[in-house]
Design a binder for this molecule. Structure first.
Ligand code: PGA
Length: 222
């Protein structure tokens, strides 16, 4: 079921409440974290709540293959919007890295992800698992779809500057999370959200696999 909220502020505070409860009840929580426009309000909320992040372990869902020191990298995004504004330990915040088996082992060695926060692309991707991705995929390098490059060009000076490749957690990796929260904001996301959550479970719409997760909550605002 899609929970429709009245405003972006409500979406952000509702999801921040879920993260806050998770961290307070389980200080050693393992979180999978998204980037992009949608979670910005949630990160602001979390920072303002001055939570104790010192035992929390985070795994980012994906990274562009690009210079990580540029402002558009997801490493820069996370530093700016969360890590530099909390007491999280740098050693506890992980981005997908090579060898990918090492990254997967780190997740599994930490006994898996407790809470995974996801956005959804207008083409139905989750993390950077683009249409056509197998439901069994693990962390790997992917080519970004034309739609994703176009959608994300708003963060770059020109579309030519958007990286064409990324490293993403796989759909198999994501589905092993104990709990998943999917967030989407804006009219342009409503159709794909409905298709993914109420339509056929198909590789053409990667987010549709989430219908098979037993602990998923979906939050939307227009
Ligand atoms: P957005 O990206 O939050 O910037 O819309 C979501 C996504 O592509 O997963």
């Amino acid at each position: 079921m899609i929970n429709v909220l009245k405003s972006y502020n409500e979406l952000s505070s509702t999801v921040a409440d879920i993260v806050e409860t998770q961290i307070k009840e389980h200080p050693l929580s393992k979180l999978a974290l998204p980037t992009g426009s949608t979670p910005l309000g949630m990160y602001d909320e979390l920072v303002n709540r001055k939570l104790d992040w010192k035992s929390v372990i985070t795994f980012n869902l994906d990274v562009y293959l690009m210079n990580i020191n540029l402002p558009q990298s997801y490493q820069s995004y996370m530093r700016k919007n969360l890590f530099d504004r909390t007491n999280i330990y740098p050693d506890n915040s992980h981005f997908p890295f090579r060898p990918f088996s090492g990254f997967e082992d780190k997740i599994e060695g930490s006994k898996g992800i407790d809470l995974c926060i996801l956005g959804i692309g207008t083409n139905g991707h989750i993390a950077f698992n683009e249409p056509g991705s197998s439901f069994k995929t693990r962390t790997r390098v992917v080519n970004l779809s034309e739609q994703t490059i176009k959608d994300n060009s708003r963060f770059f000076d020109s579309i030519e500057d958007v990286p064409t490749q990324a490293i993403t957690m796989g759909l198999g990796t994501i589905m092993e999370s104990k709990k998943i929260i999917l967030i989407a904001s804006g009219d342009h996301k409503l159709n794909i959200l409905n298709v993914a959550m109420n339509g056929e479970v198909t590789k053409t719409v990667p987010a549709s696999i989430l219908q098979r997760h037993k602990d998923i909550e979906i939050y939307y605002c227009d």
